[in-house]
Design a binder for this molecule. Structure first.
Ligand SMILES: [Zn+2]
Length: 408
């Protein structure tokens, strides 16, 4: 079995947290200087761990093992959200690094490749790195992507950091027995139930819509209430109906969110002639997602029939749930049982992860470690050192048993 060095694991995580350190977290957006410095540091550390490491045309850092036998691919993302936590993403990369380092030092006959996939956090293009590596990304998508905050074109960013013209590396699925990713839970389920490990069963489907309402723009003082076609009121009416109906038909872990509302023109003394909201729901069951969509369509039909405003539903995205590989889940669960008996649970992931991209090409699975208070995408995000080390031991043990089984 692989014995990882817990103290070194924590020290390495603290070291990489210096790139873009912000309060107790990090600010390491994709293609910032601190992000690129962290990637250069990673290449060096991978080389020290006996891997042959390089950066590709979209800033994926990939360290390859030269050991014989079946190869396990592990990884996650190394950039962060703005002013966010020190573990989101990089934890999974450093678990991989520590695993590779331990295999190297102990001379074990295991082969593990480690990847740091770029821009999972969607500063430019969500899952840029994992989609590129999995051959699931057209050049055209890179041509049109821009930074969400600065509007910098992705092509300009790649030129700025010196990656222009460098080839994008592609996965060779025949090389791998599977893909394993560790991540902080980012919710409070493990923490609030005193659990130490989450074995991810699936990554939930996420369906997103843009809902527009057309009314009549008019004077807020002179237009009588009965004569109004207030698009803002109409949009709120739909929102209230969703809040009433969805809880009645929801699954145990269903969630839904209005992330943005805009009124047109959005002025104090003008009745809005237009209104728009971005609406999404998530669930691990396709049947549940379809149920929500039917309900939403039905509500909008009802409101359109009643008037006086016109509603339109535009589909933004319908990402289906990604099921994690049952055999890899069993390895993770057995490893968790070894190190933390009775403290593991199988659970879906409500958040998106690179593993869902890899699941299209390889058997894939994920391990969650507890997030204190469920806080994430904020600089106060944290996990205790003990839980980080325990998670690392479970991850390494599962990786070892997966490779051992594949070698037979
Ligand atoms: Zn993440």
């Amino acid at each position: 079995m692989v014995q990882i060095n817990g103290d070194r694991l924590i020290a390495t995580l603290r070291e990489v947290a210096q790139f873009g350190a912000y309060k107790t977290g990090v600010h390491r957006p994709t293609f910032s200087s601190q992000d690129m410095d962290a990637r250069a540091w990673l290449i060096q550390r991978m080389e020290q761990a006996g891997l042959s490491a390089s950066i590709d045309g979209v800033a994926n850092v990939i360290g390859r093992s030269s050991n014989n036998g079946p190869v396990l691919l592990v990884g996650s993302h190394s950039e962060s959200q703005n002013y966010a936590g020190w573990l989101d993403g990089i934890l999974g990369v450093i678990y991989g690094l520590e695993l590779a380092q331990s295999i190297h030092e102990q001379g074990l006959p295991f082969a593990v490749d480690v990847g740091a996939w770029s821009d999972e956090e969607c500063h430019y293009l969500q899952f840029l790195g994992s989609r590129s590596f999995c051959d699931d990304l057209a050049d055209h998508e890179i041509d049109v992507a821009r930074n969400k905050d600065t509007r910098e074109p992705l092509r300009d960013a790649l030129r700025r950091v010196g990656l222009e013209g460098r080839p994008r590396e592609l996965i060779d699925p025949s090389r791998y027995v599977g893909y394993l990713e560790a991540h902080i839970e980012q919710g409070d389920y493990l923490d609030s139930h005193d659990l130490k490990a989450g074995i991810v069963t699936s990554i939930v489907g996420l369906w997103q819509y843009r809902i527009t309402v057309k009314g009549q723009q008019n004077h807020a003082g002179a237009t009588r209430m009965v004569a109004r076609k207030d698009a803002g009121v109409a949009l709120m009416r739909l929102f209230a109906m969703i809040e009433e109906r969805f809880p009645q038909i929801a699954g145990e872990r269903s969630v839904w969110t209005v992330g943005k509302i805009e009124l047109d023109p959005g002025a104090p003394s003008i009745i809005p002639g237009g209104a728009e909201m971005l609406f999404q729901f998530r669930d691990e069951s396709l049947v549940q997602l379809e149920r929500f969509e039917r309900e939403l369509v039905g509500l909008i039909e009802k409101l359109n029939a009643a008037g006086p405003c016109e509603y339109e539903l535009h589909i933004v995205d319908k990402a289906v749930p990604k099921v994690m590989d049952p055999s890899l889940q069993n390895h993770l669960e057995a490893a968790a049982e070894r190190f933390a008996p009775g403290k593991a649970v199988r659970m879906p992931s409500g958040a998106m992860h690179d593993a869902q991209i890899f699941a299209k090409r390889l058997s894939a699975s994920m391990l969650f470690v507890p997030s204190i208070g469920g806080i994430s995408h904020h600089w106060t995000e944290n996990t205790s050192d003990d839980d980080i080390i325990l998670g690392g031991r479970i991850f390494a043990s599962a990786a070892g048993s997966i490779l051992k089984e594949a070698a037979v």
